[in-house]
Write a protein that binds this ligand. Structure first.
Ligand code: ATP
Length: 240
């Protein structure tokens, strides 16, 4: 069975996330997509996130009507501290329950069958930082990646984002700069599927800023999520 794992801060979950997952489901015959809100994404610890419980609830609301979409507690605070396989190094890491995708993927794979095929869903802007992620080479080897492409990104951007050791030499990638990020990129140690057709120019940052100004959010969000934000007074003093 093909399974997708889609992680993020989801602060809040929006149409861009849902369209990415829907497109991946239809293109790669995914039977399930796990939406995994991060407790404290390591790259975002500088700005405080909306409490986990609110972000998880908004995912539960937004995914209610999609049979294949499942809200996942894989990075819920208690899981992250109990099952982390990588030792914390800095003081911040020891005191905050940071979670890393490599831990999440390994934890999930322990529950899957041998015949299951795991795909890691990610947007191209997040993928650009992949080389900085903890054990990025191991992560790329653990599962296939579905990278949602965007107009303006080339195959060279994707290839040059790879961690050293997996990155093809620049003499090879240079001619890629005119090729849109599309199709499959199969190299020793990784398989990337570049997903076109998502094209939703929305970000959680825009939504938080709009909510702070009391603007309507309906065009970016599931109505149930917009209603939840309103009732819970979320993002009134939003960071952007
Ligand atoms: P923020 O504005 O707070 O940075 P975000 O909208 O980028 O948030 P995240 O929860 O950080 O949302 O993103 C989770 C994943 O979804 C990432 O892999 C990101 O690249 C992807 N993503 C976010 N917005 C879009 C979009 N509009 N289209 C396609 N992918 C997206």
């Amino acid at each position: 069975m093909n399974i997708g794992l889609f992680g993020g801060s989801f602060d809040p979950i929006h149409r861009g996330h849902l369209t990415l997952a829907q497109t991946a489901v239809s293109r790669y015959a995914l039977r399930q997509v796990l939406f995994v809100p991060a407790n404290i994404p390591p790259h975002k610890q500088k700005s405080p996130l909306t409490p986990y419980l609110h972000r998880y609830t908004m995912i539960a609301l937004a995914t209610q009507d999609e049979r294949t979409f499942t809200p996942s507690l894989l990075e819920a605070p208690e899981f992250a501290t109990t099952f982390s396989t990588t030792p914390a190094t800095s003081h911040a890491e020891k005191t905050a329950t940071a979670n890393y995708s490599i831990d999440t993927v390994r934890r999930l794979k322990r529950t899957l069958k041998k015949s299951d095929r795991l795909f890691f869903l990610i947007g191209i802007d997040a993928f650009r930082d992949i080389a900085k992620w903890r054990e990025s080479r191991a992560l790329l080897a653990e599962c296939e990646f579905i990278v949602a492409s965007r107009p303006g990104f080339s195959l060279r951007d994707v290839a040059e984002s790879l961690p050293e050791g997996l990155r093809p030499p620049s003499s090879v990638t240079r001619p890629f700069h005119k090729q849109p990020a599309a199709g499959d990129l199969v190299l020793p140690g990784l398989t990337l599927h570049l997903l076109e057709g998502v094209n939703q120019s929305v970000s959680a940052t825009t939504i938080r800023a709009a909510a702070a100004q009391g603007k309507p959010l309906g065009r970016w969000l599931d109505p149930k999520v917009a209603d939840y934000i309103k009732k819970q007074n979320l993002y009134r003093n939003a960071r952007t």
